[in-house]
Design a protein around this ligand. Structure first.
Ligand SMILES: [Zn+2]
Length: 389
């Protein structure tokens, strides 16, 4: 399913919904038409969830951020944006656009109910009643949209309210600090939720509360891992003692190097211009070793998809990418020639060094200022002696 160039995907667990509809139909002894009405009501609800996600996706597009896809789960939807904007106002706009779609529809159905003098309000005492009767649909859709609006505004990650809160806090403090506060407020919210659910014996609310408590903290953990490297570029952190091979070299060469205590991954360079053309990982070496084709060229075994980044790329830009990839590995280039490598062990080490980074950066700034001063005192004039007649 595609609309506006964004794919809408159903998660496999979505099938459970149809099984549930069938189950309710049979267990409650509903007629076929009633079961179909129930299906329409449930699908209608997901229609509003999809529109909510498009609210996020189309607002993100307005700021030049693409949406990979929209995934529908039985518990709701997720619009997977390619990145999250670091501009607080943009994040605010993207986050609030979803709930506003539901507020709009709640308003439309309320007006419809109002002008029909609530004739269409479902009358059954049973909550299921309004699902089974087409006359109950306007009220049902009004209630759905109002709940979607209110639920998503809860100020806790992963709800939109958490992002809205973070964005508003980020106007006054740093992004990481704002995430910390938003996460803590979300966790307090979740605890109140859990407390309330235990008092009222509502086990579903307890589970939702535990889920919110966990994910609210997770968001801060993710942000803490990818931010806070301001001023550092790949040039500052890359490993320069890397080993390269040519694609035409035999695979036995990197295997030997690995068993002598070499790195987990090797960069393969183009034999013509020395550019990175592939990467060979530890698993490839084992596979080649088992195959017995020890003379075969490395190019038969290497992965040609290799991340390359210019050495002036900020570290923040890499950590964000690497966060979603296990075994992250990238070649660092200067004028498209390889000058270093970055892998997840380097990034993990850097993360552990974080408390010392401000001091380290201060030291480097200090040293470079000193060397600038001394170099300017050594060469007071820029006159070229040979040009004087
Ligand atoms: Zn949303």
């Amino acid at each position: 399913m595609r609309f506006q160039g964004i794919a809408v995907k159903l998660h496999w667990s979505f099938l459970l919904i149809f099984i549930w509809i069938g189950y309710v139909g049979i267990s409650r002894g509903l007629s076929l038409t009633e079961t179909i009405y129930l299906g329409i009501a449930v699908l209608g609800m997901f229609g509003f969830v999809v529109m909510h996600e498009y609210g996020h996706a189309l607002t993100a597009r307005h700021f030049g951020i693409k949406t990979r896809d929209i995934i529908l789960l039985p518990i709701g939807g997720v619009a997977r944006l390619e990145k999250m904007p670091r501009n607080p106002w943009q994040e605010f706009a993207i986050a609030i656009a979803g709930p506003l779609v539901n507020l709009f529809w709640a308003g439309v159905f309320w007006l419809a109910l109002y002008y029909s003098q609530f004739e269409f309000r479902a009358s059954g005492e049973d909550a299921l009643g309004s699902f089974l009767n087409p006359k109950g649909l306007p009220f049902l859709f009004f209630a759905m949209n109002l709940s979607l609006f209110l639920f998503n505004l809860l100020p806790a990650f992963p709800m939109d309210g958490g992002r809205i809160l973070r964005a508003l806090l980020a106007l006054r403090m740093g992004y990481e600090q704002a995430t910390l506060w938003a996460a803590r407020i979300g966790q307090v919210m979740a605890m109140l939720f859990i407390f309330y659910s235990v008092m009222t014996y509502n086990i579903i609310l307890t589970f939702i509360g535990i889920f919110i408590f966990y994910t609210a903290g997770l968001e801060y953990e993710i942000v803490r891992r990818i931010t806070g490297y301001h001023g550092l570029t790949l040039k500052d952190i890359m490993r320069t003692d890397f080993i390269t091979f040519k694609g035409s070299d035999p695979i036995s060469a990197p295997i030997e190097r690995y068993f002598r205590g070499g790195a987990h991954s090797y960069i393969i360079t183009d034999s013509i211009n020395g550019r990175p053309s592939g990467v060979i990982r530890r698993e490839d070496l084992f596979e080649a070793l088992q195959s017995g084709r020890w003379d075969s060229p490395i190019s038969d075994w290497m992965h040609t998809a290799v991340f390359t980044f210019d050495q002036d790329t900020p570290v923040n830009a890499i950590t964000e990418k690497a966060a979603g990839i296990s075994d992250f590995f990238a070649a660092v280039t200067a004028d498209s020639h390889i000058v270093g490598i970055i892998d997840d062990t380097i990034l993990y080490r850097l993360y552990k060094l974080k408390p010392f980074l401000p001091l380290y950066l201060k030291m480097r700034k200090d040293l470079s200022n000193r060397s600038l001063q001394s170099s300017s005192s050594q060469t007071p004039t820029h006159e070229n002696p040979s040009s004087t007649p």
